[in-house]
Design a protein around this ligand. Structure first.
Ligand SMILES: [Zn+2]
Ligand SMILES: [Zn+2]
Length: 176
């Protein structure tokens, strides 16, 4: 979806749109989108300077980095962004770049605003750094690979047993 800046009216533009699965090309080794992406934002502009304020909602699936199981959950993000024309499209471009030293400032070509790209970037920004199914996920046993969320594996008992037998050995020796 592109918004032609030439076509913008003076009043704000309210955009509500649902991007079908596959249209927002999010790709990540350990995560993916499971739902269409519903977008709701207001675009206001001053000449070719745009402000985009709104939110998106979708669903994601991801692989837990601890227990390696796949999970799905709802995903949403809010954004309030300012898009300026690339400096080559503006006479005061160089000044603008110095004036706004801010993370929320982005650039576009000054002609057509790429909504899909903006949505993709917002999804990427809002993704967690690492994917875990829950804070206290116990992960897999490093020895036998058992899912420790489903209970302790035998390795733990073995460790205790071997520690016990060392103690018993010690006791036998000292008893002599
Ligand atoms: Zn997990
Ligand atoms: Zn184990």
């Amino acid at each position: 979806m592109f918004i032609e800046v030439e076509d913008l009216k003076q009043e704000l533009l309210h955009v509500q749109h649902v991007f079908p699965i596959g249209e927002i090309r999010f790709s990540h080794e350990d995560a993916g989108l499971t739902e269409p992406v519903a977008v709701d934002f207001v675009l206001t502009h001053q000449d070719r300077n745009l402000r985009v304020d709104g939110s998106l909602e979708t669903g994601i699936r991801f692989r837990c980095s601890r227990c390696t199981k796949e999970f799905s959950k709802a995903f949403s993000a809010h954004f309030d962004l300012t898009y300026l024309p690339q400096p080559r499209w503006s006479n005061e471009g160089a000044e603008i770049e110095l004036k706004y030293d801010d993370m929320e400032i982005a650039y576009y070509d000054g002609v057509a605003f790429d909504v899909n790209l903006m949505i993709l970037e917002q999804i990427e920004l809002a993704m967690p750094m690492n994917f875990i199914c829950r804070e206290d996920c116990r992960g897999l046993c490093y020895k036998c690979g058992a899912d420790l969320n489903e209970g302790s594996c035998l390795c733990k008992n073995e460790e205790i047993n071997s520690r016990m037998s060392v103690l018993l050995e010690f006791k036998k020796k000292t008893d002599k």
